[in-house]
Design a protein. Sequence first.
Length: 91
Amino acid sequence: MVCTTVRQGFECTFMNKTGCQFNGGRCHPVVEQCDGCHRTIEIPTGKYCMSFPEPAAKWKHGVCNMATHIKTSNTTGNNRVNPLKASKRSR
Ligand code: SF4
């Protein structure tokens, strides 16, 4: 449904006929770590994330997995092992 609280006019999965069902009944503004991310939007009610209603929670345990401004480097190259194939190889 379309948001009728802080992100008015934007489609949101937390909205229903009785209002916003997210914790607190509204989206929370972005945090400092979100600066530069392409998922932020600035609207008259403030700066919000287009993907998450509570950006602070995405940074609570490390880097936000949806951040567009943070590049993660795989220093070991593409050496991911499929556990199913690995178990077959060991036979
Ligand atoms: S995707 Fe992550 S880093 Fe980007 S605005 Fe949302 S919470 Fe912040």
